[in-house]
Design a binder for this molecule. Structure first.
Ligand SMILES: [Zn+2]
Length: 443
């Protein structure tokens, strides 16, 4: 690979703002950030009409759900899940591939350069689902942390999902280990890292949680799961285990710097402090939480306590979109509405959650900030379009009036979006494919 220089109207590194700044990248990594005359490079990317910032990080998603959007538009999480499990039981490698291409295309177009994907539905006998996710990320050029998720606690054993979508626990652990061996790349600048991710307290057994943690720690990979998303989940945990969801995580060894949760909404103040103390991360998913009426995450308290907090779009079946810039906007407004105070979350903190915060959840000290030595992952948003032209504080303006799409996106020094258009695949073809896939699953 060669050297590329990106020039922007304003560079926000994650820590400082540089008017008329530039970023020089070589072989996928940032070499220099500065202002004034830009250094010579093999490729020059002009984004003078944009704010350039670290690529946005999506800390929680279920990409297969792009094929099942718009179901149970007014249901609670448990109502929504019960209606969708039978539809999800029909997925296979082809439908997951179509959904992942759509989800990833939309993420890249929203400025996202690094994403996790919590995949936990592996219907019996359908091979190649995990591989389809990894292939789609490679094709589209997204830095990717796929999880080998799981469900093992079916209805007959007191769980929420029907028995038809749960797997045998030994098979889950064996397949997870195989996926780590085949796909996990721990190197700096890695484009693919595997995560171990049993789904939730109401869909796996405590034993699988313990065994999954031991497996992940044996291989040095990260752990992810849903925790304290709804009050229904809290009731389930109290009745079945005699504990609150976070207490259950503590008992199962599911805390520490190698763990990040999705949601973590219903935490007590003491639990917020304990979580921050052990360096566990939280993926806040404001659109999904509002869509499902799940509750409001204590983002201000978590940030103040020093916890790692990132943002996630969550699955598109409870969001209907995957726009990371929109999540920064939603996080900002939701925190202020919850506290009845505009001081609850400022724009720069919201962007920090969407960049460095997510990278920290995913264990990436090589992403999330524009500085020498980190990956050349950059998102550029226009500030000369109708929505943003003339706006006094561009960073605040982009958080308050979120851009519909990014203008330029670079992943590992490679331009994957330019002129607001995806360069690694055909957006129209992806839309046509996902329409057909969605219709097939609905039928
Ligand atoms: Zn989720």
């Amino acid at each position: 690979m060669s050297a590329v220089v990106l020039k922007a109207g304003l560079v926000w590194t994650g820590e400082r703002e540089i008017a008329g700044g530039w970023v020089l990248a070589r072989d996928g990594f940032i070499e220099q950030v500065g202002d004034g005359p830009a250094p010579k490079a093999d490729e020059v990317v002009e984004a003078g009409n944009c704010v350039a910032m670290p690529g946005l990080v999506n800390a929680h998603d279920h990409m297969y759900q792009w094929a099942t959007r718009g179901y149970v538009a007014d249901g609670t999480l448990f109502e929504w899940l019960r209606a969708l499990y039978p539809v999800w039981a029909k997925i296979d490698a082809a439908s997951v591939r179509a959904a992942a291409r759509a989800a990833m295309a939309r993420l890249l177009l929203s400025g996202c350069t690094l994403s996790a994907d919590h995949h936990y539905v592996f219907p019996h006998g359908r091979e190649g689902i995990f591989e389809a996710l990894v292939d789609a990320a490679r094709e589209l050029g997204l830095r990717f942390h796929p999880t080998r998720g799981s469900m093992s606690l079916g209805e007959s054993k007191g769980g929420l999902p029907p028995d038809s979508v749960v797997e045998d626990e030994d098979a889950i652990l064996a397949d997870t280990e195989e996926k780590i061996r085949r796909f996990h790349d721990p190197s700096r600048g890695s484009m693919c890292r595997v995560v171990v991710a049993p789904c939730s307290p109401f869909s796996v057994t405590p034993q699988l949680m313990r065994d999954s943690a031991a497996l992940a720690r044996k291989h040095g990979v990260r752990l992810h799961t849903h925790v304290a998303e709804t009050l229904d989940e809290e009731t389930f945990c109290r009745e079945k285990f005699g504990k609150r969801p976070y207490e259950l995580m503590e008992e199962l060894g599911w805390t520490g710097e190698d763990v990040w949760y999705a949601h973590a909404i219903h935490l007590s103040d003491a639990e917020v402090d304990r979580l921050a103390e052990v360096n566990t991360g939280v993926a806040h998913c404001p659109s999904s939480n509002m869509r499902l009426g799940a509750g409001i995450c204590k983002v201000r308290e978590l940030v103040r306590a020093g916890a790692r907090v990132g943002l996630g779009v969550d699955g598109a079946a409870s969001n209907e979109d995957a726009n990371l810039a929109m999540e920064a906007h939603q996080a900002l407004l939701l925190a202020r509405a919850r506290d009845s105070s505009p001081q609850a979350l400022d724009a720069r903190t919201a962007w920090r959650l969407a960049t460095r915060g997510g990278a920290e959840c995913l264990g990436r000290d090589d992403c999330g900030v524009l500085e020498p030595g980190r990956c050349a992952d950059i998102a550029c948003f226009r500030i000369d379009d109708l929505a943003h032209a003339g706006i006094a504080d561009p960073l605040a303006g982009l958080a308050l009036a979120p851009p519909a799409r990014a203008e330029v996106v670079m992943v590992h020094g490679r331009v994957v979006v330019s002129g607001g258009t995806l360069r690694t695949a055909d957006e129209v073809e992806i839309a046509r494919e996902i329409a057909a896939t969605s219709a097939r699953l609905a039928g």
